[in-house]
Ligand binder design. Structure first.
Ligand code: UD1
Length: 416
């Protein structure tokens, strides 16, 4: 497992190249379960969630080979059950439901685990499958879904859930007839999965808008694909520059995917320069406080919420961040306050009084993005911090300590 040792108050500068998005790569991996043949995915991050998903795919009979950002998947027959231990360690495994239901007519998955950030029900996914003709049985901690052949349906989501949009899109690719998803999620990762599935022979249009239409086909093949850059990894490194008073560039990004964050950083006084495939930030003399609420894309991403709260500790005045996507995403604030941050969470918002000097402390990461926020706090703090629970950070950030060291930080990993 191990922990990170961080010597803070070093100014970070330089360039960092951004990997493919975790939240796309994982879904493309499961989407391959609908196809047949050999897939080559490029720009896949080397993170433990990808390894976990590779384990899920292997258990289902897929041949998986992963090296240096290239993932090869060979799919012939698909069979078996998803391994419970693997599914429980990662929420994204619930996405196997759509492809397996479409391909095998039956799927059994353990109620999934994932980040400790909220109740995260699956009702939108399950109601969508039912509208497409599936029956769902809940057996203790397991969902059993059955459908000899799914049929198209006109489905209106009560909320634009990312996972449900992807799951229903995948299930609908091989359903009989047309499926329409209304109030669909519009995240860049949804466009990625549409383009990937269409490369396999699916007929999907509308991703990136609230209405997605899928014409069912009888079979899908294989395709090669490059994963969209990770806007959350990029955002986290931009904040690492700013929280240490530094400046630097994230390379290999799609700048427009970062717009809500960049708008916020500009409002805080940061210099922001947007290139074709890169974004640079420069620290101002003083960071200004902000008020922002998270929301579905193109709103402010909830996956950047803990990190910007860490940055708010260094802004002059009171910042207010309202969390409107998840119902319990402030666990990390207690840990940040161990560094000296003045943070008050209530049920749906966090109030941060800045700027406060931070001092090194022993911290415990409890979830992925909360862990990233602790790293940012530790980078800004005087003296040494330790961060336990690095397995949460490793789920979504490739070699974070090495990449930060390359930018001038002093971070090392101690393996227990
Ligand atoms: C995905 C991302 C996650 C990100 C989130 C929102 C992956 C692996 N994870 O998670 O990093 O924070 O999008 O951008 O891609 N909800 C229901 N019922 C459902 C489904 C969702 O009530 O059936 C609620 C959830 O509890 C949550 C909200 O909808 O409050 C958003 O969830 P959703 O968009 O589904 O997020 P995920 O796909 O789980």
């Amino acid at each position: 497992m191990g922990k990170f040792l961080v010597e803070g108050r070093r100014t970070l500068c330089g360039r960092v190249s951004i990997n493919g998005a975790k939240n796309s790569a994982l879904k493309l991996m499961v989407a391959a379960l609908l196809g047949q043949g050999s897939f080559k995915l490029k720009n896949v991050p080397s993170i433990t969630d990808v390894e976990t998903m590779a384990g899920v795919l292997r258990a289902l009979g897929v041949h998986v080979h992963f090296a240096s950002g290239h993932l090869q998947l060979d799919v012939s027959s698909v069979q078996g059950q998803t391994p419970e231990a693997l599914v429980k360690s990662m929420r994204a495994s619930v996405q196997v439901m759509g492809p397996l239901l479409a391909r095998l007519g039956r799927v059994e998955v353990a109620r999934p685990g994932g980040c400790n950030i909220g109740s995260r029900p699956l009702d939108i996914h399950l109601a969508g499958f039912e509208q497409m003709g599936a029956t769902i049985e809940v057996r203790g901690d397991t969902f059993v879904a059955r459908a000899p052949r799914l049929h198209g349906a006109d489905i209106t989501f009560r909320y634009p859930s990312v996972g449900a949009t992807e799951n229903i899109m995948m299930a609908a690719t091989m359903a009989k007839g047309e499926t329409i998803i209304r109030n669909a999620a519009r995240e860049p990762e949804i466009i990625d999965i549409q383009d990937f599935l269409n490369g396999m022979g699916a007929k999907i249009k509308g991703a990136g808008t609230p209405v997605i239409t899928i014409q069912g086909v009888t079979e899908l093949g294989a395709t090669d694909f490059s994963v969209v850059p990770d806007r959350i990894e990029a955002g986290t490194y931009l904040l690492a520059f700013l929280i240490t008073g530094g400046s630097g560039t994230v390379e290999g990004v799609v700048p427009e995917h970062l717009t809500p964050l960049l708008d916020l950083l500009e409002s805080m006084g940061a210099g922001v320069e947007i290139g074709e495939r890169e974004v640079s930030v420069v620290s101002p003399a003083h960071l200004e406080p902000f008020k922002v609420a998270t929301g579905p894309y193109p709103g402010f991403p909830t996956d950047m919420q803990p990190q910007v709260v860490a940055l708010a500790t260094q802004a002059r005045g009171r910042s207010v961040l309202t969390e409107a996507v998840f119902d319990r995403r402030f666990g990390y604030t207690l840990e940040l306050s161990k560094l000296g941050a003045r943070i008050r969470p209530n049920t749906s918002a966090v109030i941060v009084e800045g700027a406060t000097p931070l001092y090194g402390a022993n911290l415990v990461a409890g979830d992925l993005r909360g862990g990233a926020a602790l790293m940012l706090g530790a980078l800004a703090a005087e003296g040494q911090s330790t961060i336990c629970g690095v397995e949460h950070i490793d789920r979504g950030y490739e070699a974070m300590e090495k990449r930060l060291e390359d930018l001038g930080a002093k971070v090392s990993r101690v393996v227990d």
